[in-house]
Design a protein around this ligand. Structure first.
Ligand code: NDP
Length: 318
């Protein structure tokens, strides 16, 4: 199934355009030739890095639109400028988590009435499949489902992007929580280290996301990112790393019971993150289902995207 060629490229508003994923969405949107608008929130104040990032996007042709979640009408006005809204508002507790602020955005999109597609801040595990997730990490999925319900009740056309694991968080640390740089000496395996997960370079997440916004095949569906060569177990990731550094790592492992016990007593944000690792690395929540009629897979829809393979992603750490 090759990608359809769209004659008209939608105008896109990106909210959270200075964020870890959001800045990549802005870049991909500009690269793919979309007229790109970025919400510029006065709350960023004198954050010089964010301001300079916004100015660099402006220099590349993006439009900065003043607006704030604290000023509802400014959201309506911003939304009226475009065809597609992508929100990449924060949703990682160790950084910050503001998923439910999107309820106002949903209201604004409904009121504006012109939006052809809304992509809410998701970009992870499919929350619709996490109804049995553990506390406290389930808050992420529950909040994202609250936003989905509001979108669907408002009749807003949508695409949900299930991006699986951001490579920077997972691959950098050889899938060990709390680590984002790989050791050349040792690694802690979660369980037997054989559970498969899916890792995607953040720039590729942005590329696939922008590819899909004008694609009728993903309208009112979930786009799952499953680049076939990046579906790997922790052991396989470690093997790729060992090959690159020409050395075997010392391996120890932590059982499911020990892992769960280690979470107790940690601060809330850490507990949320570790619960997610539990579902991914012990339960295999990313790979234990087939994509049904409600979804599409990105690498099949867009075979022209040359995604970064994990063995290449790891080279930057050597
Ligand atoms: P960031 O933490 O980088 O934040 C993104 C943006 O959120 C900020 O740039 C800011 O936008 C906006 N923001 C923060 N606080 C507020 C506020 N109070 N009011 C309005 N806007 C605010 O987000 P990430 O890129 O880490 O996360 C984006 C999405 O990706 C989330 O849904 C998250 O769950 C998901 N994710 C998935 C991962 C995975 O492995 N699958 C890993 C990490 C994230 P600005 O200042 O530009 O206005």
């Amino acid at each position: 199934m090759a990608s359809t060629v769209e004659s008209v490229k939608s105008k896109v508003l990106i909210i959270g355009g200075t964020g870890y994923l959001g800045k990549r969405l802005v870049k991909a949107s500009l690269e793919q030739g979309h007229e790109t608008y970025i919400l510029h929130r006065p709350e960023i104040g004198v954050d010089i890095e964010k301001v300079q990032m916004l100015l660099s996007f402006k220099a590349r042709g993006a439009h900065l639109v003043p607006g704030s979640f604290s000023h509802y009408q400014s959201l309506v006005d911003a939304v009226k400028l475009v065809d597609v809204v992508i929100c990449a508002i924060s949703g990682v507790h160790i950084r910050s988590h503001h998923i439910l602020l999107q309820l106002d955005l949903v209201k604004a999109i409904k009121e504006a009435g012109n939006i052809k597609r809304f992509l809410p801040s998701e970009f992870g595990t499919d929350p619709a499949r996490m109804g049995d997730a553990m506390e406290p990490g389930r808050v992420t999925f529950d909040d994202k489902m609250v936003v989905r319900k509001a979108i669907e009740e408002a009749g807003i056309p949508f695409t949900y992007v299930s991006a699986n694991c951001f490579a920077g968080y997972f691959i950098g640390g050889l899938c060990q929580p709390g680590k984002i740089l790989p050791s050349k000496d040792s690694v802690l395996l979660l369980g037997d280290g054989n559970q498969k997960a899916i890792y995607v370079d953040e720039d590729d997440i942005a590329t696939y996301t922008i590819k899909t916004i004008d694609d009728p095949r993903t309208l009112n569906k979930t786009l799952y990112l499953r680049p076939p060569q990046n579906i790997l177990s922790q052991r396989e990731v470690v093997q790729l790393w060992e090959k690159l550094i020409g050395k075997e790592l010392k391996k120890s492992s932590i059982t499911k019971e020990e892992f769960l016990a280690s979470i107790k007593g940690l601060d809330y944000a850490e507990q949320v993150g570790l619960t997610h690792y539990y579902h991914v690395c012990y339960e295999g929540c990313l790979t234990n289902f087939e994509i049904g009629d409600e979804g599409e897979e990105a690498s099949k829809l867009y075979p022209e995207v040359k995604y970064t393979k994990i063995e290449d992603y790891l080279k930057q750490y050597v």
